[in-house]
Design a protein around this ligand. Structure first.
Ligand code: SF4
Length: 202
């Protein structure tokens, strides 16, 4: 059974105006290949990244730094936000604290989940109201599972989006299987203690 692209487009049409710098991703569109030679690491400058305790531990171990040295901190203590991923990666001169002078990530292997998912994210549109709403893992997982089987969950429609400021969409067109994997991986990271983008450029 194929992916219901007409239903995806319809759900996207109801929320598109609120996602000015994002585009809906459907099967058959160019894949992402990072273009470090022609990009100024926009993603590591433009976004604040939140992370969970495990991600903080990972970065602490690989960098050898105390968390207060790479997290947004106050009086020497990391700031804790009321989010599932409560810590915020620190910034230095307008970019992530781990962005090197050569515009590479100094902690690439331990980079948090939002960095692994960028330039993609998954949102959910409530069918009844036509609004984008956060969903708990139970509803979200069922909707993603239904979609990859070519079905439509009556309550919510997951949408895979890409950030259109990224110049990396230069790969070959995705097959349906590749699109399904991308959707599942992006969504999986977002519920596995993954961080979330808490601010984005217009
Ligand atoms: S951790 Fe690495 S990939 Fe993530 S924003 Fe910082 S420099 Fe970029």
């Amino acid at each position: 059974m194929g992916i219901p692209t007409a239903e995806l487009r319809s759900a996207w049409a109801s929320v598109e105006s609120r996602y000015g710098s994002y585009q809906l991703v459907l099967p058959g569109e160019p894949g992402f290949i990072c273009q470090p030679d022609s990009c100024d690491a926009y993603c590591c400058r433009a976004f604040n990244v939140t992370l969970d305790e495990q991600e903080v531990r990972n970065l602490g171990e690989t960098s050898g730094l105390q968390p207060a040295h790479f997290l947004e901190s106050e009086n020497g203590e990391p700031i804790v936000l009321p989010l599932a991923t409560p810590f915020v990666l620190g910034r230095r001169e307008g970019s992530c604290v781990f962005l090197s002078m050569e515009l590479t990530c100094e902690q690439y292997e331990a980079r948090p989940n939002p960095c692994r998912s960028y330039p993609y994210q998954v949102i959910f549109v409530e069918i009844e109201s036509g609004r984008a709403l956060q969903q708990g893992p139970e509803v979200g997982c069922k909707a993603v599972e239904a979609l990859v089987r070519g079905l439509v969950d009556k309550r919510v429609m997951p949408l895979l989006l890409r950030h259109d400021q990224c110049p990396g969409f230069t790969g070959p067109p995705s097959t349906e299987d590749e699109w399904v994997r991308l959707l599942q991986e992006t969504y999986g990271r977002s519920i596995g203690g993954a961080g979330e983008v808490v601010s984005s450029p217009p």
